[in-house]
Design a protein. Structure first.
Length: 444
């Protein structure tokens, strides 16, 4: 026996005799996720309504009533009194249904010359644009911390590493500055993503535009878009702005994960380069001596979530025919999650780095003990003895091996020991074995 037709969806159920099954309602509903778009949905609806009145598609009195109703709904959502209903599927229909409760049948005029397809694309773009702006602010806040650290420690010596082995002496300031530059590329990626997405889908309707005399440039300008998207099929079906956002978030997460890994290593007693504050550490339930860098470890781990979100949406979109498909309802959860996750990671990293204490004597000693100035010997042999670099490399290798066998620093080897590897070495070579001088000689 068929259900009462009235039980079908009142927004689109005209050609249906029965309501969706309970399971269909659950799988079809997205209100639990997309209710975060409420402010963007109301902004888009107000811009659309204003345009409809300006174009004399609806009466001004009706437009005034609609906009007043939308403002009342915004106040309800902000106060927490708005009831989000799963049976109404998404944020768009929840708001439209409540609008009808408030102002009557005139609410139905709002959807003239608009589809949920262009509506959701517009809302989502507005949200992602705002998310880019917020993440850019968070990145810049972290950059300021690295800028302060790079200036503060511009002369503080530490070993530089390749393969996690001591390579050449650098400064802690240089090391901190490298992360400033990594973050700067992250920032510009979000800026580029924002610029590329800033074209309005509104007015594209389901996929092919509308026969009403609308003004898409008017709504685009009202919502802060640079222009309207020229191809309506592309307007409703494009989600590359979302995958691009997810890539930007994932890449930023990868950079933060590299920093987190260094913090974790540097905080070990074996390195002893950094001491994290108690605010950003945890203890052990059984070992009283432990001070674990859990904030850094969690930043490192959450990179998996960021990269996974990117793969998830790319997989959803990989073979969808034009134009809109319901698969694309799965586009928001990963984006929202990546925004939340990256925001948290950036704030945590800022807190860790701003309060961290560096053991500068330990870093200096590590640069001196790790044969970090070996390349300076090879360069000296090339400059002063005109020795081919490959030969100089072999001579220096023998000197390093000698220092290892004697458990000695390079600067503590006797001149006679040096000369056993190359008889033409002079006392002058010791002027190049101080890590600070080695660093200074490489600053151009």
């Amino acid at each position: 026996m068929k259900k009462d037709k009235k039980s079908s969806n009142q927004m689109w159920g005209g050609r249906f005799d029965a309501a969706p099954s309970d399971v269909m309602t659950q799988i079809n509903a997205s209100i639990g996720i997309d209710k975060r778009l409420w402010a963007q949905d109301i902004a888009g609806s107000k811009a659309h309504c204003t345009m409809l009145a300006a174009q004399k598609i609806i009466d001004q009195a009706d437009a005034d009533a609609i906009i007043k109703g939308l403002d009342l709904i915004a106040a309800e959502i902000e106060s927490g009194t708005f009831e989000f209903k799963e049976t109404l599927e998404d944020i768009h229909m929840n708001i439209e249904s409540r609008l009808k409760d408030l102002i009557g049948d005139v609410a139905g005029k709002l959807h003239t010359a608009r589809s949920r397809n262009d509506q959701v694309a517009t809302d989502f773009k507005l949200w992602v644009r705002g998310a880019c702006d917020q993440l850019i602010d968070e990145i810049e806040a972290l950059q300021k911390i690295f800028e302060t650290l790079s200036h503060k420690h511009k002369n503080d010596i530490m070993p530089g590493f390749t393969h996690l082995q001591v390579a050449q002496p650098v400064t802690l300031g240089m090391h901190m500055d490298s992360y400033w530059h990594m973050l700067d590329r992250d920032k510009t990626r979000f800026q580029d993503c924002r610029a590329r997405l800033n074209k309005s889908p509104l007015g594209a309707c389901a996929l092919s535009g509308t026969g009403f005399d609308t003004n898409r440039d008017m709504t685009a300008k009202a919502l802060g878009f640079d222009s309207a998207m020229s191809n309506t099929m592309d307007a409703v079906s494009a989600r590359d702005f979302a995958t691009e956002f997810l890539f930007c978030a994932a890449q930023c997460g990868l950079n933060l994960s590299r920093l987190a890994e260094e913090i974790i290593i540097w905080a070990t007693p074996q390195f002893g380069f950094i001491q994290l504050s108690d605010d950003w550490s945890t203890g052990s339930s059984i070992m009283p001596q432990k001070k674990n860098p859990d904030a850094a470890e969690l930043v490192r781990a959450k990179t998996g979530r960021l990269t996974g979100n990117l793969v998830q949406l790319m997989t959803v979109m990989k073979a969808l025919p034009l134009a809109y498909n319901k698969d694309m309802q799965e586009d928001k959860e990963s984006v929202f999650n990546s925004f939340d996750t990256l925001t948290l990671c950036l704030k945590a990293m800022a807190g860790m780095m701003e309060s961290a204490v560096f053991d500068l004597p330990c870093m200096r000693a590590a640069a001196e003990d790790g044969y970090a100035t070996a390349t300076e010997i090879a360069d000296w042999l090339v400059r002063h003895l005109k020795m081919p670099f490959r030969e100089a490399h072999h001579v220096t290798g023998r000197i390093v091996k000698m220092a290892e066998e004697k458990n000695s620093k390079l600067s503590d080897l006797a001149l006679a020991d040096m000369q056993s590897a190359c008889a033409d070495i002079t006392e002058d070579i010791y002027n190049y074995l101080d890590p600070a001088k080695a660093v200074q000689s490489r600053i151009k």
